[in-house]
Design a protein. Structure first.
Length: 213
């Protein structure tokens, strides 16, 4: 059986696992966004704290995924929980770094003008600084999403959800009937999701960024 016949016969499995794969990535990305943007807001004016935060998240990103999953199952067991924790870990750095970069790139003259108009620090952050920094921040979100889409496939190692199930099962049966097609099907699903996420963030960026920026 060639790959296209295999794809036609198993498209429902591909769709089901792709949806679950996207769900775990979106959940992890949401948590990483809340953490990354919050930490970025807290440290972007404090150089020493910003360096410490970036150093920690950079170090976390260098941990091999198999090693991290192996450590996490000791404390969190199998399934969704270690998957989400690991993916959130890997998604943090681009979001945090871009939040700090974006907020620091806001022209001080603009914030000073807002301060002179009576805006509080919170109002300046929410109404001026974050909106101006948003194009840079959303670039970090896109990078993180594409990064953890691939890593999420490795979560099958800890019985995590998603397309990694097809890839690992296929690789474990290499030489058997349909094994290559099964691994290729899972890989195709990850690639298609990456393209969809790229389009999604491109559209989201256009819809949520002020035309004046």
């Amino acid at each position: 059986m060639n790959f296209f016949e295999y794809l036609f016969d198993n498209w429902d499995t591909l769709l089901e696992l792709s949806i679950v794969h996207a769900q775990v990535v979106l959940l992890s990305l949401f948590i990483a966004t809340v953490l990354g943007v919050s930490i970025g807001v807290l440290v972007y004016r404090r150089e020493r704290l910003a360096q410490i935060a970036l150093a920690i998240t950079s170090t976390m990103l260098t941990i091999p995924s198999f090693a991290l999953f192996g450590i996490l199952i000791t404390f969190l067991g199998l399934g969704w929980t270690p998957t989400v924790v690991a993916l959130t870990n890997y998604a943090l750095l681009p979001i945090l770094r871009n939040t700090i970069t974006g907020l620091r790139s806001v022209d001080p003259a603009i914030t000073e003008s807002a301060k002179g108009m009576g805006y509080s620090a919170t109002q300046r952050l929410l109404k001026i600084e974050l909106p101006l920094a948003w194009p840079v921040i959303i670039t970090g979100l896109r990078v993180s999403a594409l990064l953890i889409l691939g890593i999420a496939a490795i979560a099958a190692y800890v019985n995590g959800p998603g397309l990694g199930e097809l890839i690992f099962q296929g690789l474990a049966r290499i030489g058997g009937a349909g094994a290559t097609n099964q691994a290729a099907l899972g890989t195709l699903g990850v690639v298609l999701l990456a393209l969809l996420f790229e389009v999604f963030f491109s559209v989201l960026g256009r819809l949520t960024t002020s035309r004046g920026i």
